[in-house]
Design a binder for this molecule. Structure first.
Ligand code: NAD
Ligand code: IPM
Ligand code: MN
Length: 364
């Protein structure tokens, strides 16, 4: 059991898992920006690259070494991840063992996925301004459909049966709901919406209903509401300004965060933090490894770089975090972007531009 808050160790060691495909391209730029911030504010950061990836798995047969997750827990303050996914590993075994392994093994129950429109021109919706898209998804990150419980019976036969179970626990639901309310309270957000499918999933999401009803009583100043997730998906693209904080289960959070990404300019912009307060945390872009873009210079590194900003904030380097985020906002507004956002820069040109801005920022 990890009893020391890893953020308080000096130096703060950061494991860098670039992973596969464009994960490698964007992580190289995220590291550039992180290194620039580290130098600018003399931060006690020590970056350690770990090879865990499809390439490593194919070469060695090992997804991660024995005790790998415990090493992250005990020796690192944070983990920076690019993305996993390689057509040569069709069952995604390495991603399951490394990424889901870290989420579950480190008990990172909060998948914090902010969705913010930094420049109105990036929004695909008609007439939306920056302030209309500014919400956070609290995605439960250790339960639900992701637990991998189930099996196949008569596999490959015409009457094959597949069972995939969901798991929802009172403890698991309560802590993510509470985390969302606490964050809303701490950040002056007034509205919180819980999304489920309790009209169909009577047992699992019935539990979500009952827990939500109890916890909301403790936060009378926050306007708490509930929507079925299908209706919420529709409202997100119709009227995103209605949302401040959304809390939902693992699978729905995955899907809604890609919708959120589209509202803010695409997957190239969407960042995330996998958190368990007081423990080693993991930061990654919402996007995947987009294998066909790997090495082309087309991958947008901004989602990875905004994930670095979330990491800096979590590690207590608030000023550096704000400067990194501010530099990204400037790059978007000035059109210094990759082609997915209408610009002409390559992945590394965006990273260089942002690293230069960070390096030249006033220290406080
Ligand atoms: P993806 O996110 O990799 O890509 C979908 C599309 O989004 C791309 O074709 C591209 O058009 C765009 N896109 C994504 N990231 C971009 C970026 N940084 N810059 C510019 N455009 C970007 O999703 P996919 O194609 O469904 O999945 C590819 C692989 O990644 C799969 O193996 C999948 O399982 C995996 N995946 C991994 C993660 C993760 O590691 N966290 C997340 C999602 C998907
Ligand atoms: C994400 C991804 C992952 C998920 C996959 C790669 C396991 O889509 O982080 O959003 O489903 O959680
Ligand atoms: Mn996803």
């Amino acid at each position: 059991m990890n009893t020391i808050d890893p953020r308080h160790r000096r130096p703060q060691r950061i494991a860098v898992l670039a992973g596969d495909g464009i994960g490698r391209d964007v992580t190289a730029e995220a590291v550039k920006v992180l290194a620039a911030a580290g130098e600018r504010w003399a931060l006690p950061l020590e970056l350690v690259a770990l090879p865990w990836s499809a390439e490593h798995y194919l070469a060695t047969g090992e997804t991660l070494p024995p005790g790998g997750i415990a090493t992250l827990r005990d020796e690192y303050a944070a983990v920076l991840v690019g993305a996993f996914g390689d057509p040569r590993v069709p069952d995604m075994r390495h991603a399951a063992e490394i990424l889901l392994g870290a989420r579950f093994g480190l008990d990172l129950y909060i998948n914090f996925r902010p969705c913010r429109l930094y420049d109105a021109r990036l929004c695909p919706l008609k007439g939306k301004r920056e302030r209309d898209v500014d919400f956070v998804i609290f995605r439960e990150n250790t339960e639900g459909a992701y637990v991998g419980l189930g099996g196949n019976f008569k596999k490959g036969m015409p009457d094959e049966v597949a069972v995939q179970e969901e798991v929802h626990t009172r403890k698991g639901v309560e802590r993510i709901v509470r985390a969302a309310f606490d964050w809303a309270r701490a950040h002056g957000r007034r509205r919180l919406c819980m999304a489920d499918k309790s009209n169909v999933m009577r047992f699992g999401h019935g539990l979500w209903q009952r827990v939500f009803a109890a916890v909301r009583e403790e936060y009378p100043e926050i306007e708490a509401s509930h929507m079925f997730v299908d209706a919420l998906a529709m409202q997100l693209v119709r009227a995103p300004e209605r949302f401040d904080v959304i809390v939902t289960d693992n699978m729905f959070g995955d899907i809604l965060s890609d919708i959120g990404a589209a509202l803010q300019g695409g997957l190239g912009v969407a960042a995330s933090a996998n958190l368990h307060p007081g423990r080693t945390s993991l930061f990654e872009p919402v996007h995947g490894s987009a294998p066909k873009y790997a090495g082309t210079g087309l991958a947008n590194p901004v989602a990875a770089i905004l994930s670095v900003a979330l990491m800096l904030e979590t590690l207590g380097h608030e000023t550096a975090a704000r400067v990194v985020e501010g530099a990204v906002v400037q790059s978007l507004r000035k059109g210094r972007t990759t082609p997915d956002l209408g610009g002409t820069l390559t992945t590394s040109e965006v990273g260089d531009w942002l690293a230069r801005r960070v390096a030249a920022a006033p220290v406080s």
